[in-house]
Design a protein around this ligand. Structure first.
Ligand code: HMG
Ligand code: MG
Length: 309
């Protein structure tokens, strides 16, 4: 096969446009030592200048469990909002949603797991109980015209139970969609997946839900996130969760490292001719800003190889 034929075939499989869901201020900072309010606000304000349209801004969860997110209401209050950007928050229960509404979140996200043990550790209930808990959250959100996104964790492996069955991922993703989540973000929470397993999982979910109702949320513990995203893109998924400077992790997912870095995803998309609307240089600048404050190098190949002037 000639190169040109191959690249044409690949092009047909790939989306023309990818939506980036920036999770650094939530998934990233929930896994760091306490970051002052003004730094969170500066981070989000800088991200707002990059062309990103969706910024996860905080989480209305128990401050005893995730103290790093305890000031989410203040963050929403202080950021300089741009009208074309969705500023969202995690809301595990009605109390979280009420607080998110009060804070003016544009959208919210509920979250559960494909693994019972992770669910118990992360949100203190079974998978079925978590789905029950979503019902009043989604009903109240609908009455307030707030869209609800869903996160499904451990779609490849669970830190406690090992491999997850693709059929299990598919049936819970479908249940979340049936409850009213407009999109289900498939989370490789501990970043152990590789493209073939990710493809099997997405294929299984795709039997029940269209790809445009799905997103991928890959942590990069084993350096497979970009390969897994490349696989997901070829299967019709065009919403990618990522985190500036590759920050991220979940305190209840031992051994997991950061999310795939936004700047690495942007570089990949640019190279594939996929439009994201996001300025790579500005994101790299922001990655260096937050990494410096956190006292480490950005956790991404792209930011490490580009030092902003
Ligand atoms: P619970 O532990 O089952 O117990 O909470 P509860 O409902 O009885 O509440 C316990 C305490 O939390 C009580 O306070 C409540 O008032 C309070 P106390 O009486 O002990 O003083 N509380 C709240 N406080 C503030 N906001 C609330 C709220 N709800 C209860 N909304 C709950 C269940 C889910 C709330 C709790 O277990 C929790 O907050 N867990 C934290 C989960 C979390 O944030 N994990 C990290 C985010 S998920 C993630 O990172 C994965 C993801 O990135 C995708 C992926 O990578 O796979 C999304
Ligand atoms: Mg995550």
């Amino acid at each position: 096969m000639r190169n040109g034929d191959h690249s044409t075939r690949l092009h047909k499989l790939l989306p023309k446009q990818v939506n980036i869901v920036e999770v650094g201020a939530r998934d990233g900072l929930q896994n760091e030592k306490m970051v002052p309010l003004d730094v969170k606000v500066a981070l989000i304000d800088k991200l707002s200048q990059t062309g990103l349209c969706y910024i996860e801004t905080g989480a209305f969860v128990s401050p005893k469990r995730i103290p790093q997110m305890a000031d989410s209401a203040e963050v929403f209050e202080a950021i300089n909002r741009k009208p074309n950007i969705t500023y969202s928050a995690l809301t595990p229960n009605l109390r979280g949603l009420e607080d998110a509404i009060q804070a003016g979140a544009d959208e919210v996200a509920v979250f559960t797991s494909a693994s019972e043990t992770f669910s118990q550790n992360n949100i203190h209930c079974s998978i079925n109980e978590s789905l029950k808990r979503f019902e009043p959250v989604i009903a109240l959100a609908a009455s307030e015209n707030i869209k609800v996104r869903g996160y499904l964790s451990c779609v490849a492996d669970c830190p406690y139970e090992g491999p997850t069955q693709p059929a299990q991922v598919a049936s819970i993703a479908k249940a979340m969609s049936d409850l009213g989540c407009y999109q289900v973000s498939l989370g490789d929470t501990i970043g152990t997946g590789t493209p073939l397993r990710i493809a099997r999982m997405i294929e299984s979910v795709s039997h029940l839900l269209p790809a445009h109702n799905l997103a991928v949320h890959f942590h990069d513990t084993y350096g497979q996130a970009l390969a897994n995203i490349f696989q997901a893109l070829q299967m019709g998924i065009n919403t990618i969760d990522s985190s500036v400077a590759g920050l991220g992790g979940c305190p209840y997912a031992p051994g997991a490292s950061g999310n795939v870095a936004t700047e690495d995803v942007l570089y990949l998309c640019e190279g594939l001719g996929i439009n994201t609307g996001v300025n790579l240089e500005e994101v790299v600048r922001t990655a260096h800003y937050i990494a410096k404050i956190l006292g480490k190098a950005p956790n991404s190949k792209v930011a490490r190889s580009q030092t902003p002037s």
